[in-house]
Design a protein around this ligand. Structure first.
Ligand code: NAD
Ligand code: GLY
Length: 360
C-alpha cells in the first residue's frame, strides 16, 4: 500500500492506495464513528455495497442508493441523503461514506458538509477520475440547472481509500476519461511524469496494478502539493483547471450529453496547449507530444461540433475563474509549467476559437 498525505493542519488526511484495500486493510476499524451512512448509486451498489457494509458489523449502518448520472447531481438528489440520515435519526457523530465516482463523491461530501452543519466523511473513489482528482482536496457540491458545481462547499474527507481492484469493472471509456486528469498533472507541473506516462502507456491501458498505483499516487501527490498551498483556490489551485475552462463550456453547450467530463477536458487541454503554442509558450513539438499522449489513451482532441466560437466565449465567461468580464485561462510556459492569466492577447484568443469552431 502507498499512502499520500494531504497536509492541511488539523484537517490533514491520508490517501491510501493499493490493491484489495477496501476489504483487506484495517481502515474500517480506525473509524471511531458508530453511525455509518454509505452513499452509492444504483450501478455501483450491486458490485460493491454488500462487501462495504460487511466491514461494519458492530455498528449502525444505513445506505442511500442514488440514481446514476451527472443529471442527478442535484439538490433533489441531495435531499435523498438527508432523508435517509433523518429517518435513521443519525446525529452529528455519524460518518458518510461516499462509495462511487465523482458524482457520488461530490454530492456525499456536500451532504456531509451541511448535515447538522457538518459531519465526517470518507471517500472510497471507484472511478479513475475520482481516484486521481475528485476524491482529493475537499471540493464538494451539486449542479444548478444553469451551472455546473454552482452550489457547494469546501469540506475535507477524513480519509480516502483507493482500491485499485475496483477499477477492474470500470468501462474503458470512463477509464480513459480519468487518464485525461492524470495527463493534466504532468502538463501543469511535472514533465518527468509525462515521459513516464509515455513509457508506461501500455501497462496503464492493461490496468496493470503497479503502473496504476504509481500513476494514481503521483497524481495525488501533485494535487496534494497544490491543495496544501491553496486549499480554498485563492490562486495556484486554479492551475488544476488546465483545459477545464474550454472543457466546461463544451460540456455545458452540449447539455452534458456528448462528452464525459474527462473527454471534454482532453479537448480543452488540446485547445489550451494550442493557444499556448500560438502565444509562444510551448513549442509545436511539445504540443504535438501532448496531443499524441491524449490519443494514445483514446481521448478526443477536437470537438467536431456545430458549437460556435461566440457561444464558446459566452460560456467561458461564466467560468468561476472569470473576473470583471475577463476569461482567465490556465496556459503553459513550457510543458510541465502552467500559469493563470488574463493578460493574453484577446484578438489572438478570439481568432484561435474562430479557427476551431463554427462561425455564427
Ligand atoms: P461518475 O461519478 O458519473 O462515474 C462514471 C460512471 O461510472 C457512472 O455511471 C458510475 O456509476 C460508473 N462507475 C463508477 N465506478 C465504477 C466501477 N468501479 N465499475 C463500474 N462502473 C462504475 O463520473 P466521474 O468521472 O467519476 O466523476 C465526474 C464528476 O466528478 C463530475 O460531476 C465532476 O464535476 C466531478 N469532479 C469533481 C472534482 C472535485 O474536485 N470535487 C474534480 C473533478 C471532477
Ligand atoms: N478539480 C479541481 C480542484 O480540485 O481544484
Amino acid at each position: 500500500m502507498k499512502t499520500v498525505e494531504i497536509d492541511l493542519g488539523s484537517r490533514s488526511y491520508p490517501i491510501h492506495i493499493g490493491s484489495g484495500l477496501l476489504t483487506q486493510s484495517d481502515w474500517p476499524s480506525r473509524l471511531k464513528n458508530q453511525q455509518i451512512c454509505i452513499v452509492t448509486n444504483e450501478t455501483i451498489a450491486p458490485l460493491y455495497l454488500a462487501q462495504t457494509k460487511a466491514l461494519f458489523k458492530d455498528k449502525t449502518v444505513i445506505d442511500v442508493i442514488l440514481p446514476d448520472g451527472e443529471k442527478f447531481k442535484s439538490l433533489d438528489t441531495l435531499a435523498l441523503i438527508f432523508d435517509g440520515l433523518i429517518d435513521a435519526a443519525f446525529d452529528r457523530t455519524c460518518v458518510l461514506i461516499a462509495l462511487g465516482g465523482g458524482v457520488v463523491g461530490d454530492i456525499t461530501g456536500y451532504a456531509a458538509a451541511s448535515y447538522q452543519r457538518g459531519v465526517d466523511f470518507v471517500q472510497i473513489p471507484t472511478t479513475l477520475l475520482a481516484q486521481v482528482d475528485s476524491s482529493v482536496g475537499g471540493k464538494t457540491g451539486v449542479n444548478h440547472p444553469r451551472g455546473k458545481n454552482m452550489i457547494g462547499a469546501f469540506h475535507q474527507p477524513k480519509a480516502v481509500i483507493t482500491d485499485l481492484d475496483i477499477l477492474k469493472t470500470l468501462p474503458d471509456r470512463e477509464f480513459s476519461a480519468g487518464m485525461a486528469e492524470v495527463i493534466k498533472y504532468g502538463a501543469i507541473m511535472d514533465s518527468t511524469f509525462l515521459q513516464w506516462l509515455d513509457d508506461n502507456a501500455d501497462a496503464l491501458l492493461d490496468r496493470d496494478v503497479s503502473a496504476l498505483q504509481y500513476a494514481i499516487a503521483r497524481s495525488c501527490e501533485c494535487k496534494a502539493q497544490i491543495v496544501a498551498e491553496d486549499e480554498l483556490e485563492g490562486g495556484r489551485r486554479a492551475l488544476l483547471n488546465f483545459g477545464h475552462t474550454y472543457g466546461h463550456a463544451l460540456e455545458s453547450l452540449s447539455n452534458y450529453s456528448r462528452w464525459l467530463h474527462g473527454e471534454a477536458v482532453a479537448i480543452g487541454m488540446t485547445l489550451a496547449s494550442e493557444f499556448s503554442m500560438a502565444l509562444g509558450g510551448i513549442t509545436a513539438e511539445a504540443h504535438q507530444q501532448l496531443v499524441e499522449k491524449l490519443q494514445k489513451f483514446n481521448l478526443p482532441i477536437s470537438a467536431d461540433t456545430d458549437i460556435t466560437s461566440d457561444s464558446m466565449i459566452a460560456s467561458m465567461l461564466r467560468d468561476k475563474k472569470s473576473r470583471d468580464g475577463n476569461i482567465r485561462l490556465v496556459l503553459l510556459e513550457g510543458m510541465g509549467n502552467a500559469f493563470l492569466s488574463d493578460q493574453y492577447d484577446r484578438k489572438m484568443f478570439t481568432s484561435h476559437l474562430e479557427k476551431v469552431f463554427a462561425a455564427d
